[in-house]
Design a binder for this molecule. Sequence first.
Ligand SMILES: [Zn+2]
Length: 299
Amino acid sequence: MPSTRRIFVLCFAAWCVGRGKADEPRVPAKEKSTTPPAVAEIPAAESFWIIPLRVILLQSDEFPAANCSLRDEDLERIVGKVNRVWGPAGIAFGLESIRRETAIVPERLKPVPAAAAKDAVIEQGSNGKEPQSAAATHKTAPQAVKPHEAALRDAGSSDLFRAMIPAADRKFAGFRAYYIHAFDVNGIYYGRREMMIQEMAELRTVPGGIDEPLPRVTAHELGHGLGLVHRQDRVNLLASGTTGTGLSAEEIAAARKAAEKIPGALKMNDLEKTIAAETDPQRQALLKRWQAEVAKLTN
Ligand SMILES: [Zn+2]
């Protein structure tokens, strides 16, 4: 039986350790203790599923938060890294195209013209500061008030962004990843094989994690697209807000099962035949590029 003195020393030590981590977000103990090892080995090329991925960079002159500034080469690098994350699962995402689309900005998010912006002046005054005159404010204010900033602070602004996705896009077989400038979360999987990611994404660094946020956020949202749920062990791909990329054998099995059912998904061992049967030379070239990407991953 430990003495009372010993119990006191142990409690004091635990208290000190607890204090040292006070500035870190706490991870619930039960989630920490059930960490299956991540699968690191990449399986043979023949076992791969290739899922088409269309990348859409939303553009907007009237709503800066929607206006993504990423370049094509950024997206090629990002998708390459996503495929290295998913490699151990035998799943690769075939970059179908990188497009730029004008965001459909809902009326309530459009900037208010300066002539109609008197309400904004009144609200500044109600913040406990001296009310400013409309004339004084308009002298220094830009042409319009910025409702997008308020929308960004709103929890749930990511829901508003979903309305910016053109409905016609939903016919695409495969996943669609939309990139915008900024909203209230790093990324969101909306369902219907569509996800949105902010180019300003920030993550908490964890040991062995990936070196940049966007491939991780994209790979994480694709994980949701393949039916995976959050698992908060920090170094895991499905942990929230970290650079972790680990996938367990269970997650891999579930994701592969889901991959089969994604419209447009191709099995690598049938790809040679599919390529030979393809009559559209552009599509044929695309399939060959995906085949080469998997070969590169597995070599
Ligand atoms: Zn998530």
